[in-house]
Design a protein around this ligand. Sequence first.
Ligand code: HEC
Length: 107
Amino acid sequence: MQKFTFYLLITGIALVLYSCATSIPRSDSAHQAWAEKKWNTVHLDEGRSLYVTNCSGCHSLHSPLEHSQTEWTKLFDEMASKAHMTPSDSVSVLAYLVTFSKDTDMK
Ligand code: HEC
């Protein structure tokens, strides 16, 4: 019985980690190319890791898919000042969020 509880716990933890990881998408070359058209020199991978480190202190991370491009631009202004981010880090994080927003069309 104890062994069973242990496995249940491990499975639970794995599931939680898995769902966290999938809601914060990683960029591929298509997303990177789309973002470069808008922001020239931007690194979405860097934006993603800055997002994870700067924006998880007060609440759990929101998936970029929760908001549209316009919503992110507004929300981000508010949150970036809470997170005390440098202007250049802000650009990377906003680029990441906008690229993966719910209304971004890769075409
Ligand atoms: C100092 C604490 C703090 C930090 C750091 C922070 N937030 Fe928040 N965030 C809040 C609080 C408090 C709320 C809920 C109240 C509000 O909307 O102001 C919130 C709400 C949100 C929401 C939900 C708003 C909605 O209406 O659905 C999003 C999205 C968000 N934050 C994104 C971010 C992002 C992106 C960053 C990193 C740049 C960030 N947060 C960093 C405190 C913080």
